[in-house]
Design a protein around this ligand. Structure first.
Ligand code: DC
Length: 217
């Protein structure tokens, strides 16, 4: 199978690139972060806080997360509800990073991700795709950019949506989230030994997509 694994820190542009590459190659794009975000939304709704790991473990049994595709778009469902429009807030971002340290949550979502990748060729992005979810993927990319570039991109994205925000607060959040994602015990974010490192700080979207397609062959 020609699966493509893209890992990297928050705001590096993984999903933008993965979507373009998937379209060009005729593969399915799988956004694994969206699954952790749906799980986080479930925990927030249950009134569970990030420190309550016992409650997170117990509650994750009741969160049925799945993926379907509508008009070429990935739709994440949480107990049957389309939650695409509810999982991109800063609150959910933080909670997703916190619930994703939990081994039980990870086991549940990794199994779903591996099942999807078995059924069809995928471009899958996340934090542990090249290291844990698809260790045999023939193409692995570790996509990153400087903290300032990533904060500025997120700031521009939110501003374009009319959301008022502070670039320094965004940068602080990104750094905190990366630290948690990179230092957790289970499946931390790291470059797989056989992944190609791409720093896209001064590259355009088109240049990055072209490079990934070139690497994928
Ligand atoms: O890619 P994202 O920003 O949507 O991911 C949200 C959080 O989910 C991220 O901070 C860490 C977690 N995550 C993970 O632990 N493993 C993945 N494969 C994808 C995301």
């Amino acid at each position: 199978m020609g699966n493509i694994a893209i890992d990297g820190p928050a705001g590096a542009g993984k999903s933008t690139i993965a979507k373009i590459v998937a379209k060009k190659k005729g593969y399915i794009y799988v956004d694994t972060g969206a699954m952790y975000r749906a799980m986080a939304l479930f925990m927030i709704r249950e009134g569970i806080s990030p420190e309550e790991s016992d409650k997170i473990e117990a509650a994750c049994e009741n969160a049925d997360i799945s993926i379907k595709y509508e008009n070429d778009e990935q739709v994440v469902t949480l107990n049957g509800e389309n939650v695409n429009g509810l999982i991109r807030t800063e609150e959910v971002s933080k909670m997703a990073s916190s619930v994703s340290v939990n081994g039980k949550v990870r086991a549940k979502l990794v199994a779903l991700q591996q099942k999807l990748a078995k059924e069809t060729d995928v471009v899958m992005d996340g934090r542990d795709i090249g290291t844990v979810v698809l260790p045999d993927a023939p193409c692995k990319i570790y996509l990153t950019a400087s903290d300032d570039v990533r904060a500025k991109r997120r700031f521009d994205e939110l501003t374009a949506k009319g959301v008022e925000c502070d670039i320094n607060a965004i940068k602080k959040d990104i750094i905190e989230r990366d630290h948690r994602d990179m230092t957790r015990e289970i499946s931390p974010l790291k470059k797989a030994d056989d992944a190609v490192f791409v720093d896209c700080s001064s590259m355009t979207i088109e240049e990055v997509a072209e490079k990934v397609i070139e690497i994928a062959g």
